[in-house]
Design a protein around this ligand. Sequence first.
Ligand code: FPP
Ligand code: MG
Length: 247
Amino acid sequence: AGGKRMRPMLVLLCAGPDAGDAAVRAGIAVEMVHMASLVHDDVLDRAPLRRGQPTVFASSGRERATSLGDRLFSTAFKVLVDGGDADAVSEVSATAVDLARGELKQREGAFNMELTEADYFERCGLKTGRLFEAACVLGRASTGGETGPIGQFGHRIGLAFQLLDDVLDIAGPPERTGKARGTDLLDGTVTLPLIVAAGFDPALAALDLRTLDEETAAIACDRIEATGALEQVRARAISLIDEAKAG
Ligand code: FPP
Ligand code: MG
């Protein structure tokens, strides 16, 4: 189903013109870990749509989706091990641990309207920032470059990406995003647009996410949008990108 393949693109960009086998292996590995995490995420979220197509979970069931995610995840490590770069294996395994920690944090905070912006940023750093960071570090290291601040660059770009992804969950439309609108609310995932909007609209602050169905989730999305929270979160994402570029 395609995908933007941003993480391997970052690997290659950070590797520079001398990118070779190690960069290609790193690019494959980060994209496969990413795909594995999405296939598993769609099982956990019982998501119907991804990239405009039925998820593996929806088309083939949780058993096959779980097994396919496992296969993608283990193949990512095989590609790295076959390249013989122990540092790359170490970076990707530490990243995978953080992805899982981020997902656990998301489960722990589900339906909790007391969640703070700091909680949100910690979770997003683990579940998304970390893999972008690894992509940049692996790319740079593959051509023998000093990794220096490149990891922080990737981390900030990853955070910005997650903020915009969370805006799109509220804004849709599904024809553009390839995903159902309001899925985060229905899953009990408290994202920055909701946290910001709840500060403006007491009805949103009092919302019990457990009671939502598709219809009331769509109404909640409209209310969030009406507070101007989406523009604020988009602006925060742009600032993160500016900070990433500034170093
Ligand atoms: C998509 O984000 C999901 C993630 C960024 C990470 C999911 C991580 C796991 C399932 C655990 C670790 C898995 C492995 C294989 C190490 P999202 O849910 O915010 O976005 P979405 O709207 O695209 O679903
Ligand atoms: Mg999800």
